[in-house]
Design a protein around this ligand. Structure first.
Ligand code: GLA
Length: 743
């Protein structure tokens, strides 16, 4: 997969469908040549160098001109753009040298094709073995000092993906300051790109936003210290004309839950540059002699066949190489969560009743959300005091009761937080992260713990272990309900204050790591006021993330649609609540395309609703493997049409689950649901019209749904391969009943 042509000094990273080429130029810079559809060779070595000027410079006060060499840094496509030299675009790295200079320019030093995959230490990373991917390490050296930069490129055998990260090593004798270091830079000729980013806020957790890539630098970022609500650390770059099924598309995503940044734009020569990095606002790391710094990994997923293929690539990558192995492809139990029905108002009997009621509905797991510890009967106290409030609930009894009733049991925690009204704050006020010269902003009456301090990480882990060692807990919801403010750490001291953001997230990862190492069988679901920390970093620890506190189905469809583009459906916590804007059936169908569950009081359900829940729970159980492991296709986008329409197809193309939702009501329009991803030559039965057609019929003509559609009409149906003999039988009217029994 990785080759180096020593004569032409060209690196090639290729798999069956994708190629990435770069070279070392005469001056030692890494020149980006090509990224795109598989090429068998790069015939033009200087394909992307611009022929504008002879290369000239001043030496010993004399102009030296290389008559044979035309080179300018401006507009040139690099792998690692320099700073304060001739390239005025955003650089790959900025170092403040010991003499105060910030000129940063790295040139080729050495390279290695590694037999073992290497990943950044202390950061979440893809779990890759050498049979699935190959890694190229190119080491560059600072033009002046003994500072080295390792660029890692891992290309996957069966996925059009390159994962990159970088490592800066200070081998000089002096301390330097690292002010910026990218995980990835992608330079390219302009292909009329557009950028799709994701923004949101609690309740409107994720929305897509599309803008043209132009000469104004666009920054997609978060600087709240670990809550990517504002913007998500995944973006999509596509050719303007590309759509869900055609054209060149990249998805770029950072494995990072802290402050991040993507910079996207064209320069004055129309050259495109994308940088992906830890946000360099309030970031300056001291790197002493002999020390190093590693960036998070960053994914570049490529598709020459539109957005759907890029999405499928991301879904496969995350399921196969990122999620904890134990749960990655496993169907998750249908759960019920106590939060929306009870908030803080529950006791032993209430939860036991919830267990009994839920059991009759085919639910397999009950989750006790916030409120069972300290004196927490509202959100104003006790974060940090993780011991069980035995006056409120007999946790052991409830857990035994759940298990006896064949139900799994889950618990809520918010380990990174501290309430000022808590025993922890009384004994360890120094554990809170805020500047003592300011009035710290309380959000939801709470402060953030100083996880830059290893003692705090160990303390909280010990408190959590007391609970998780003692009780037989099967699932844990790990919440994070505020962002960082008045940022200052007593522990780090004056010199290191601009290292807080990154060190905080390293501390959070350390805590999560300890947790998953000690409790590998516990199904972890992360959360941040809903889906405020939905990123690949979290998915390394938790195979699912609560999608949003918004459970209104109209909004849910939009949130799930945006999330699905970047993250596998099995990672999106989606629950049915008591929200009354649509019927129980509609709400279940929408939530079925995520990690499915309920947040309602079953004792308040009507008999009709209970019947619906029972029958749909069965269908979900039977078909959820398609959602969990299948290929996802957008059929219609709610950003462009009145429909949100998508489907999941099993990898063997034998079964599919189709979803269709219209927002406005329609009375007269001709509408067809055209399917994707089926085998054109095989026959399929569909449970919407109870007909059998060939795959090419479904994909080219589609299923006719031209009938008056009321607003918020939700359709879910199964498409199942049948053989042609079955087809004739099934198409006879007399066999209609038999047909229905198929499902
Ligand atoms: C956050 C979560 C909710 C719930 C509450 C509990 O808001 O998103 O699902 O767990 O915290 O306080």
């Amino acid at each position: 997969m990785i080759k180096f042509d020593a004569k032409r000094k060209i690196f090639e990273l290729s798999n069956k469908e994708y190629s990435y080429y770069f070279s070392i130029n005469k001056l030692g810079y890494l020149i980006h040549l090509y990224s795109g559809k598989k090429l068998n060779d790069i015939t033009l070595e200087r394909v992307n160098e611009r022929y504008i000027e002879r290369y000239a410079y001043l030496e010993n006060n004399k102009e030296v001109c290389d008559e044979s060499y035309y080179f300018s840094e401006q507009g040139c496509l690099f792998e690692c753009g320099s700073y304060l030299k001739s390239d005025a675009r955003r650089p790959f790295v900025i170092i403040k040298h010991s003499n105060g200079s910030e000129i940063t320019s790295f040139k080729y030093y050495s390279h290695q094709i590694l037999s073992l995959n290497v990943s950044p230490k202390d950061l979440p990373h893809f779990r890759v073995s050498s049979s699935d991917a190959e890694t190229l390490l190119v080491t560059l050296k600072d033009e002046v000092d003994e500072i080295y930069l390792d660029l890692y490129y891992t290309i996957f055998k069966d996925l059009n993906v390159i994962v990159r990260f970088s490592k800066l090593k200070n081998l000089s004798t002096k301390e330097i300051k690292l002010k910026r270091l990218c995980s990835l830079e992608l330079d390219s000729v302009n292909k009329d790109f557009e950028l799709i980013s994701v923004h949101g806020q609690r309740g409107d957790d994720r929305e897509l936003e599309k803008i043209p890539v132009n000469h104004n630098l666009t920054v997609v970022n978060d600087n709240h210290g670990g809550r990517g609500f504002r913007q998500n650390p995944s973006i999509l770059i596509k050719e303007k004309d590309a759509n869900y099924d055609f054209g060149e598309v990249y998805i770029c995503s950072l494995l990072y839950s802290g402050n991040f940044k993507f910079e996207v734009g064209l320069d004055e020569y129309d050259s495109f540059r994308l940088n992906a990095l830890i946000n360099d606002d309030c970031f300056e790391f001291s790197i002493k002699s002999g020390e190093s710094f590693e960036t998070p990994e960053c994914v570049l997923a490529y598709s020459s066949e539109g957005i759907n293929k890029a999405t499928q690539t991301m879904h496969d990558l995350v399921r196969d190489y990122l999620l904890p192995k134990e749960f990655a492809k496993k169907e998750r139990p249908i759960l019920i969560n106590s939060w929306e029905p009870f908030l803080f108002n529950f006791d032993t009997e209430k939860i036991k009743n919830l267990i009994l009621e839920a059991k009759t509905l085919g639910i397999k797991e009950v989750v006790l959300d916030d409120g069972r510890f300290g004196k927490r009967n509202n959100d104003q106290s006790s974060l940090g005091d993780w011991d069980v409030n035995l006056d409120k609930i007999n946790l052991g009894e409830v857990i035994d009761f759940a298990h006896k009733n064949d139900m799994l049991f889950g618990l809520w925690v918010e380990p990174e937080m501290i309430s000022p009204d808590s025993e922890l704050f009384k004994t360890h006020p120094e554990y809170a992260l805020y500047d003592r010269n300011y009035k710290p902003t309380l959000l939801r009456h709470q402060l953030v713990l100083d996880l830059t301090n290893p003692e705090v990480v160990d303390y909280i882990f010990a408190k959590l272990s007391n609970i998780f060692d003692k009780y037989k807990i099967d699932y844990c919801k790990w919440d994070f309900n505020r962002y960082l403010s008045e940022i200052s750490s007593l522990y780090l001291g004056d010199e290191k204050q601009s290292e807080i953001f990154h060190r905080f997230i390293l501390g959070a990862y350390k805590l999560l790591n300890k947790f998953v190492e000690r409790y590998p069988k516990i199904l972890l679901e992360t959360c941040a006021s809903g889906g405020g920390r939905f990123d690949l970093g979290m998915l390394y620890f938790s195979p699912q993330i609560w999608g949003s506190d918004e459970t209104n189905p109209f909004s849910r469809v939009m949130i799930q649609f945006a999330t699905n583009i970047f993250y596998p459906l099995s990672t999106i916590g989606a629950h049915v609540s008591a929200s009354n804007s649509l019927s129980m059936q509609d709400k279940i169908i929408i939530a079925a395309f995520g990690t499915f569950g309920y947040e309602l009081d079953p004792s308040k359900l009507t008999d009709e609703e209970k019947k619906t829940i029972l029958s749909l729970n069965k269908i979900i159980k039977d078909y959820h493997h398609i959602v969990t492991r299948g290929d996802y296709y957008v059929l219609k986008s709610p950003y462009e049409t009145n429909f949100a329409s998508w489907m999941c197809v099993s990898k063997d193309k034998k079964e599919a689950l189709v979803f269709n939702f219209n927002f406005k009501r329609e009375q007269t329009k001709a509408r067809f649901i055209r399917l994707k991803g089926l085998d054109p030559d095989k026959y399929y039965f569909n449970s919407l019209t109870n007909d059998v057609y060939k795959g090419d019929f479904y994909m080219n003509i589609g299923i006719n749904i031209s009938a008056p559609l009321k607003e918020g009409m939700t359709m879910l149906f199964v498409v199942k391969q049948v053989n042609s003999i079955v087809k004739t039988v099934l198409n006879s009217k007399a066999q209609k009943e038999k047909r229905e029994k198929l499902l």
